[in-house]
Design a protein around this ligand. Structure first.
Ligand code: ADP
Ligand code: MG
Length: 277
């Protein structure tokens, strides 16, 4: 693995971990299989608090698999297995003493295709994850949580007068922001986003990018994107994944996003970020 995040780079001045809910996610030597087909080979990556990390690389190189391993969704696939460790501020996410829902609560996920509950109201969609936490909230708490989560997701002004309307009636971009609000409502420490803008128009994409940048002091963000401009606009750290012919996916290079785009160390990174494969 070449390159490392620059010391004193974008992370400098970020809130300290101990004093806030911001957490560093650390993947160590992650290998993954579906049956006996290995799709990731010893991937290690630190995703620091206060930093947006983007994962880039061609289709099929294991980016989604890696993301799903980070919050234990990988194990939902019966044929899936893995090796390695995922640490959230040093705590083992795979600790068998902890409930699966603990990992899901701390580490939220937003998918490429917006997936609100279509018939459920916007209001209830935002609160849909609360059961996961076992939180009992008063009506006032709920109202506050709905407003603050929708505001953070950049959707409040557009929907505040129709909170009882079904989530499925919103535009694609609004639905994706609703899903972001739903994730934020459980106060995750990390938000994983798998190509969250690929299905959206440029305007919605912009709004979501702005939202991500505003969340930087609140939640550690990891985003998979095929959009090189997006990676440069939103992320301070970038990791390039590649599955060379017949081999499992691995990280070729990672580090400061600007440095990786302007002066990549590996020629394969250079070719990829310049659209040559
Ligand atoms: P990416 O997100 O980079 O496009 P994926 O993580 O989706 O890559 O896929 C990595 C490899 O794992 C691919 O070869 C894909 O076919 C395989 N794969 C992904 N999900 C499954 C699954 N549920 N069962 C079997 N193979 C899978
Ligand atoms: Mg994918």
């Amino acid at each position: 693995v070449a390159g490392a995040p620059a010391a004193g780079g974008p992370n400098a001045g970020a809130p300290t971990i101990g004093g806030s809910s911001l957490a560093t996610l650390d993947a160590r030597n992650i290998s993954a299989w579906f049956g006996d087909h290995q799709v990731l080979d010893r991937v290690s990556l630190t995703m620091p608090a206060g930093v947006i990390t983007s994962l880039i690389g061609p289709s099929g190189c294991g980016k989604s698999t890696f993301l799903r391993i980070l919050n234990r969704m990988h194990e939902l696939v019966p044929s899936a297995s893995l090796a390695g460790e995922v640490l959230l501020d040093g705590d083992d996410v795979y600790d068998t003493g902890r409930r699966l829902t603990d990992a899901r609560k701390s580490i939220g996920m937003v998918f490429q295709k917006p997936n609100p509950f279509p018939a459920m109201s916007i209001y209830d969609n935002v609160l849909a994850g609360l059961k996961l936490t076992g939180t009992r909230a008063t009506r006032d708490d709920k109202d506050y949580l709905v407003e603050s989560s929708l505001s953070k997701a950049g959707l409040w002004k557009e929907v505040k007068d129709r909170l009882r309307a079904p989530g499925g009636g919103l535009s694609g971009g609004q639905q994706q922001r609703l899903c972001i609000a739903r994730s934020l409502a459980v106060k995750p420490r990390v938000l994983l986003m798998d190509e969250p803008c690929s299905a959206l128009d440029p305007t919605s994409t912009r709004v979501i990018e702005e939202t991500m940048l505003e969340l930087i002091d609140e939640v550690t963000i990891v985003i998979v994107t095929h959009n090189m401009q997006q990676a440069q606009r939103v992320s301070q750290q970038c990791a390039f994944f590649l599955a060379a012919q017949g081999t499992p996916g691995a990280i070729v290079e990672y580090g400061d996003t600007e440095a990786m785009f302007s002066s990549p160390i590996d020629s394969r990174t250079f070719d990829y970020v310049n659209g040559r494969f």
